[in-house]
Design a protein around this ligand. Structure first.
Ligand code: 1GP
Length: 240
């Protein structure tokens, strides 16, 4: 089964999906086995690998190590073309549709093609929507785009729907890694109501309550990075 049909089937069966985000730039190779063992024992269903600024070749080394220790699908969440490696199972082919920088709407995608066609990666076209959360995030800085204003819910909904109508397979609502506040449940549910494709939500989720709130509002897959990076017991603790 492809990664995408597995996501769709799981959602149809009422399953909650969770991806742990590993940033190769912040992860030492010798800690991977321990980290992945913890992820295997957790409620996580996917592993995302990526970061805004990662040195060339680092992602491949980290992905190889992750794959040695898990059966979970490993999906690239690349900040740049240099992070593409065929050692992963799939790739979020991200278009930053909240922004108006052509590089992140189509330019990087064209650059990626010669690499992608040499891999077996499952390509998952994803409408990536950055929403402001009070502080400047790495995505905003690196992509040189402005996030959507969180009070303008209609604009966020329309942006997500435009992504779907353009043929994207997933929509990712992003508050930014380490965001002070996660995406508000009101935004998640408004988007979910209009959308017929799976909805990913991430950024700033640090507590069991925030995780629950995201699922209840309609997130199909939640991404957790910083909370687990800072505390490897995070998933044991939220089980309580
Ligand atoms: C970032 O959405 C992800 O791209 C995860 O964010 O690191 O805040 O969990 P956190």
């Amino acid at each position: 089964m492809t990664i995408y049909s597995h996501i769709k089937t799981s959602i149809a069966e009422g399953e909650r999906l969770l991806a742990v985000l590993i940033d190769p730039d912040k992860t030492e190779l010798n800690t991977i086995e321990g980290i992945v063992t913890k992820i295997n024992q957790s409620i996580a269903t996917h592993i995302f690998v990526g970061g805004s600024e990662v040195g060339e070749g680092v992602t491949e080394t980290i992905v190889k190590a992750i794959k040695q220790h898990t059966e979970l699908p490993v999906i690239l969440f690349p900040g740049d073309v240099t992070q593409i490696t065929d050692k992963a199972d799939g790739i979020l082919f991200l278009s930053l549709i909240s922004g108006r920088n052509p590089d992140y709407l189509i330019g990087k995608h064209v650059e990626a093609v010669s690499k992608l066609t040499k891999t077996q990666l499952e390509v998952l076209p994803t409408g990536y929507i950055l929403i402001e959360n009070g502080k400047q995030t790495a995505v905003e800085r690196v992509s040189n785009t402005k996030p959507l204003v969180r009070s303008n819910i209609q604009q966020i909904v329309d942006t997500a729907k435009a992504g779907e109508l353009l043929g994207m397979k997933l929509i990712y609502l992003e508050a930014g890694s380490g965001a002070t506040h996660p995406i508000e449940p009101e935004i998640i549910s408004a988007v979910k109501q209009e959308l017929n494709i799976p909805l990913i939500v991430g950024g700033g989720i640090r507590t069991k309550e925030q995780l629950e709130a995201a699922y209840k509002a309609g997130a199909d897959l939640v991404v957790i990075g910083t909370a687990f990076e800072n505390n490897q017991h995070f998933f044991e603790q939220i089980k309580l």
